[in-house]
Write a protein that binds this ligand. Structure first.
Ligand SMILES: C[S@@+](CC[C@H](N)C(=O)[O-])C[C@H]1O[C@@H](n2cnc3c(N)ncnc32)[C@H](O)[C@@H]1O
Length: 239
């Protein structure tokens, strides 16, 4: 199991990367692989952005919690569509960028380590993007117990994450092995950090969730992203 040192490194990495984080999403700097590649990336990014927008539209008036909210790339989409949003991240640097970007009155920010966080209330929506891949396998089940504890009876979780595609990462990152579990990531200044990175495919993730008592409807874009909803099965057959 990746030790506590890697989970600490993971927080330090994202804190140190806060100011350059968005380069990944917008394919700038070390993530810029040329016009054709970038166009494909942005087209697939639009697919997952539209999917969550549409899904949220049907839950417009609910309460939501966003786990590992980051710099607000998705917080900015969630906030206008829910009554109240709690946005959680372990990094104060990241939270500061999110707060400035989103500037919405219905968003509360919480600085917390999600591996110790326990919800104080239940939400209609639990959302996390590019977070599940940073949950080590050994903490997978307990993470989903936490998600369950955060969900209202008819609530649902929605996730977006990385499909396995070596060209999604920066040009100077070593090509990850699909099943490596831990990868080395660099910052623009060359500093290196080890983080957890588990690449889920929709089928494997659905099966794993099914065994834990969840029903998931997940899809994948052509290369880069997996996305979809998961709901606990509130029946006698739950694991
Ligand atoms: C890949 S980023 C995803 C950010 C955002 N959800 C997005 O889609 O852009 C992972 C985020 O997890 C946060 N993080 C890392 N370890 C954490 C932990 N133990 N508890 C809470 N947040 C953590 C990082 O600070 C970072 O903002």
């Amino acid at each position: 199991m990746p030790g506590d040192d890697i989970l600490r490194d993971q927080i330090e990495y994202y804190s140190a990367r806060a100011g350059e984080y968005d380069e990944w999403w917008f394919r700038k700097g070390r993530y810029d692989r040329g016009a054709d590649f970038n166009a494909r990336w942005h087209a697939e990014a639009s697919v997952v952005e539209s999917a969550i927008d549409e899904w949220l539209t049907h839950r417009r008036h609910g309460s939501a919690v966003e786990l590992a909210c980051g710099t607000g790339l998705f917080t900015r989409r969630l906030a206008p569509k829910v009554t109240h949003l709690t946005a959680i991240d372990a990094s104060p640097e990241v939270l500061a960028i999110n707060r400035a970007r989103v500037a919405a009155k219905n968003v509360d920010y919480v600085e917390a380590d999600l591996f110790g966080w326990r919800p104080r209330q239940r939400y209609d929506v639990v959302f996390f993007s590019f977070w599940l891949s940073h949950v080590p396998d050994e903490l997978f089940a307990s993470f989903w117990e936490t998600v369950d504890a955060a969900l209202a009876p008819d609530g649902a979780a929605y996730l977006i994450d990385s499909a396995f595609d070596p060209s999604s990462t920066a040009k100077d990152h070593a090509l990850p092995r699909r099943d490596a579990g831990v990868v080395t990531r660099k910052l623009n200044d060359g500093r290196e950090f080890r983080i957890v990175k588990v690449f889920w495919a929709p089928g494997a993730l659905s099966s794993r969730l099914d065994a834990l008592g969840w029903s998931a409807k997940l899809a994948q874009t052509a290369s880069y992203f997996i996305y979809g909803e998961a709901q606990p099965r509130r029946d006698a057959g739950r694991a």
